[in-house]
Design a protein around this ligand. Sequence first.
Ligand code: RUB
Length: 319
Amino acid sequence: MRAEEIVKEAARKIVTMEVRGAARIAKFAAETLKEFAERLETSNPEEFDEKMKFAAETLLNTRPTAVSLYNAVNYVMNYSGESVEEKKLSIKKRAEEFIEWVKNAHKNIGEFGARRIKEGSVVMTHCNSSAALSVIKEAYRQGKIEMVFATESRPRRQGFITVRELASEGIPVTLIVDSAVRYFMNDIDCVVVGADTITANGALINKIGTSQIALAAKEARVPFMVAAETYKFSPKTLFGELVEIEERDAEEVAPPEILSLNIKVRNPAFDVTPREYIDVIVTEIGAIPPEMAYLIIRERLGYAFEEKGEIRISPKHFD
Ligand code: RUB
């Protein structure tokens, strides 16, 4: 495949959700930029930079909400070098660093998160989050989980992916429709969800319906845990930018005979859970209160204003 085709095909996979979930999208974007750079044939450094910018923008324009995509692209695009060869080497190194970051984060998140789950727990999760599932799987491995309640997660039903994954590992799982969350909340010991973005003020952006689960959990005094790698924290929000909530096609919500009626359909893919509803955010560097989001963005991710006023980040540690 030619370089341009690789990036267009990658963008198509993200838009159609063949590749989905904030962590997978981020890793895939880093892999795509690495492959794109390797295949670029020009020896002109300026032309090379232009093409890299095109690839970065194409990927960024796929799905707007998960900041992991932005952080991945920005991390790789912070490459250095004078010649095309040097630039290619730098991109390869940075992409591989980011991919390692994604791969390694889940182990710590699983261990830190599992410590907060009590023996004999019934936990609830929403959508399909690889970070949340790493906590649940580790807690199960330690013999602490009795049952996992997984929501269907309409309209795309990512809950089916979750129940398949848990069942394939022999973990007891109960599938429920999204509207049954409050009905079962009194049976739940802990809610564990993932994140698409954590804002500077500690709010969580995750699959639509997450905030309703948080509301029901708070009412029932059930702890609400967010499993989020530090690349899910948004440097952009530090400078006041609001997170754009992706609104997807009406076809995901209703069949043609309903859509042909004279009605409007709304299909936001994510919602915002204020920090007051979150007990803890479990990251790969520790379990933190949501109020510490600002520090994660500043100390862990690092940021700097460029002359143009653009924010570029350069994460500092990869242990
Ligand atoms: C997926 C979703 C997940 C987060 C976290 O939404 O909201 O909870 O992305 O997942 P979609 P992970 O299916 O629309 O991409 O922990 O795997 O990054």
